[in-house]
Design a protein around this ligand. Sequence first.
Ligand code: PMP
Length: 354
Amino acid sequence: MSRFLSSKYKDLTPYVPGEQPKDRRYIKLNTNENPFPPSPRAQALAAEAAAGLQLYSDPECTLLVEKAAQYYGIDRDEIIFTNGSDEMLNFAFMTFCDDNRPAVFPDITYGFYSVFAELNHIPYTTIPLRDDFSVGVEDYLGLNKTIFLANPNAPTGLALPMEKIEAILQSNPNNIVVIDEAYADFNGESAVPLIHKYENLLVIQTFSKSRSMAGARLGLGIGCKALIRDLNVIKYSTNPYNVNSMTMAAGIGSLEDTKYFKTTLDTILRNREWTADALKALGFSMTDSRTNFLFVTHPKLDGGKLYQHLKDRGILVRFFNTPRLKDYNRITIGSKDEMQVLVSTIKEILEEST
Ligand code: PMP
């Protein structure tokens, strides 16, 4: 650290993104990316937009907002777009938390929540997940805090049903409940329709996973108009041009190409079931993942060992070196070919180590 670093940030520990090593070609199953490229329509519109990059992007994302409002069945002023959903999450911490409304989230969840809380000097607490890694809904009733829940959760893959989300919303009427739906398309259930019933609900989604656009950085928040107005105050006070023109165009193309979206989503769900069955046959157990990854454990191989053996053989998966997660690995669902290589490689590793 330089001697010039603001004292505000001297204790900040940044988020560590999943590794992206370049020493060889890897099958990348460690950051929950989509194995398929973005829709051809998204690619074509982004390429067209490249010809206009001398101009600033539209800060209101007018055309994208129009398309998305239609897609989600909401009004145009009930949605805001951001540079990935990470930016949206940061805006949510900045906008809806303070000393009187501290943040709360599960102890095992998306690692960025605590970083955003610390970055913004927001007090926060965590609530332990149950032994089976589920969120104990009773723990979130009447908290008087701003609640952040990834649904489905990462890295556990488990989802709460909408009745439970509603119970949390109802029992915290004076606080915002943020539902991070990065993986919701793989679950087939969303809290978006509830925004018309609960003024304290903010739903966050991303184009990074189910829409194959992680590199484009496109996220969004959906909530009642007053919440979106508040979030826009923060957006226009930080970076009004937060979504670039190519990304905006790609987002429109993705929303228009419903057929491609559905086909790629269905393929990943089929690959998830195939991989789950194949790994169970090799002795793994796993949570009931409602996402594009599996959270798996094997009685004879701890998470660190499996991670390292796979990496040595050119496959990257995620390992979290913490007491409750060290026996597990989080494995992104890739193409069928990638999953076949994964399963046969794990089979070899098991044969060699047992
Ligand atoms: N929320 C969750 C639960 C995630 O796993 C991720 C991806 N790592 C994000 C949000 C952020 O995704 P992005 O910024 O690419 O939209």
